[in-house]
Design a protein around this ligand. Structure first.
Ligand SMILES: Nc1ncnc2c1ncn2[C@@H]1O[C@H](COP(=O)(O)OP(=O)(O)OP(=O)(O)O)[C@@H](O)[C@H]1O
Ligand SMILES: [Mg+2]
Length: 427
């Protein structure tokens, strides 16, 4: 118990240290260095306390053992000495008993120590055993075969899903992405859009319904083959603390340098790479923190371009880019998506107007579906989202025009509040 507590507080202290180091920017934003230091200090103090406790109890145990043995030895020696005085024992007996007792003590002491060591080692690796014995939630079905992608049709059939049983996230979603077509998913934050992409990747299993790729239930194929067939540009890109080249090549290990560079140029990141003194060997820092949000996103796009999978999932792939760069990448993405089945998740509706079908997700259900034109004609949720984004764009244009005509400011008071309010409403 004591040893276990000591290990737990050690783990706790390590976790806290790593957590606050990884999030050092947040720590600084909130001037929380002292608080983090205290938090770590408390954990270390707990570790200190329990390790002192562990070693004290060990010392007590050792002393106890020694005391008991010494008492026993003294008693037998005394008894033997009495026997010698009474003439029932000889001096030889005395020496014999003494030698035997000491020889007995050594292995006994040794065994006790070995027992303690083994016990402690088991406690120390208990966490590891827990991890090893834990069953993976997502397992390949017995006899699972590799996924065969012929056309690349993706089908969701009445898919239901909840992260926690009490709170359903998807409540019966059915749609199909025909081979080579593009389907866009839009909807308010928290509607379950990214969840759909995670389910397609089988990071979680659906709790109802099924997901099919070319007629094969994704639960019946091997995970490796499934994931090899899908390329994903996730909502938040996290990079490895290595070079840009390493991070792009992550998409496909056997790609040569020329292929890596071609992918980079398709994702419009080659310009940035040329500007960097170290070029492709530029270190990106932990989680890629030395790159801007847009640069990270383009590395993620380059990776996926390099992977060149038959099915493509883009989750807000261009959200961190300015409209100009977005426009250029959109061209590249369109080229990549050509003849590939694509599922595109986007907030900025202007990027998905060309999709073959647009699905409006709201609170885990499909609220509306259709092409851009037909959804606008329905004048529902999509139309209102679209109009608000148009308003925001109009406001931006208005502000830009006002900046241009600032030479004649007295003609009429500029309606800045209107424009700002419209923009705020749309954000
Ligand atoms: N691992 C998780 N455990 C529990 N709940 C989760 C988990 N991941 C997401 N959720 C919840 O599921 C809901 C849907 O999340 P999801 O990421 O799919 O939203 P989204 O539609 O992609 O939103 P956004 O547009 O903000 O990215 C959210 O309310 C979220 O809190
Ligand atoms: Mg999301």
């Amino acid at each position: 118990g004591i040893r276990r507590k000591m290990n737990d507080s050690d783990t706790d202290a390590n976790t806290k240290a790593i957590d606050s180091l990884l999030n050092y920017e947040t720590v600084k934003y909130f001037s929380a260095e002292a608080r983090e230091a205290q938090r770590y200090d408390r954990s270390v103090a707990r570790y200190e306390e329990s390790s002192v406790h562990a070693y004290t109890s060990l010392a007590v145990l050792n002393t106890g053992q020694a005391v008991i043995f010494t008492l026993g030895l003294t008693a037998t020696m005394l008894m033997c000495a009495i026997g010698v005085r009474n003439g029932t024992n000889t001096v030889g007996d005395f020496v014999l008993v003494n030698a035997m007792m000491i020889q007995l003590y050594q292995p006994l002491n040794f065994m006790g120590m070995v027992y303690r060591e083994i016990k402690q080692a088991i406690i120390d690796i208990e966490k590891m055993f827990n991890v090893i014995h834990r069953e993976a939630e997502i397992k390949d079905a017995p006899g699972a075969r590799p996924l065969v992608v012929s056309a690349g049709t993706v089908r969701f059939e009445d898919v239901r899903f909840a992260y926690e049983p009490k709170r359903p996230i998807l409540k019966g979603i059915s749609f199909e992405v025909p081979a080579g077509k593009t389907v866009a998913i839009v909807g308010p934050s928290g509607a379950g859009k990214s969840t759909i992409s995670r389910l397609l990747f089988r990071l979680y299993d659906v709790s109802g319904g099924k997901i099919l790729i070319d007629g094969q239930d994704i639960r019946q194929v091997t995970q490796a083959s499934l994931r090899a067939s899908i390329g994903m540009v996730p909502q938040d890109t996290v990079l490895f603390n290595d070079t840009i080249r390493y991070n792009i090549r992550y998409g496909r290990w056997d790609a040569d340098d020329a292929e890596v560079e071609e992918a980079a140029s398709l994702a419009q990141i080659d310009h940035f790479i040329r500007m960097a003194p170290m070029g492709y060997e530029t270190q990106v820092g932990e989680r890629g923190l030395k790159l801007s949000g847009g640069e990270k996103q383009r590395v993620a796009i380059a990776r996926t371009v390099l992977k060149a999978p038959p099915i493509l999932v883009l989750d807000e792939a261009t959200s961190a880019l300015d409209t100009h760069t977005e426009h250029e990448i959109q061209g590249a993405l369109d080229r990549v998506a050509k003849n590939r089945t694509s599922l595109v998740i986007a907030h900025r509706l202007s990027t998905i107007v060309g999709a073959d079908e647009i699905i409006v997700l709201d609170q885990g259900r499909i609220a509306e579906r259709g092409t851009h034109a037909s959804l606008l004609a329905q004048d529902g949720l999509y139309a209102s989202m679209w109009n608000r984004q148009r308003e925001a764009e109009a406001a931006r244009e208005k502000l830009a025009r006002m900046a241009d005509s600032s030479e004649a400011p007295n003609r009429e008071p500029p309606p800045v509040e209107d424009a700002l309010a419209a923009q705020a409403a749309a954000e």
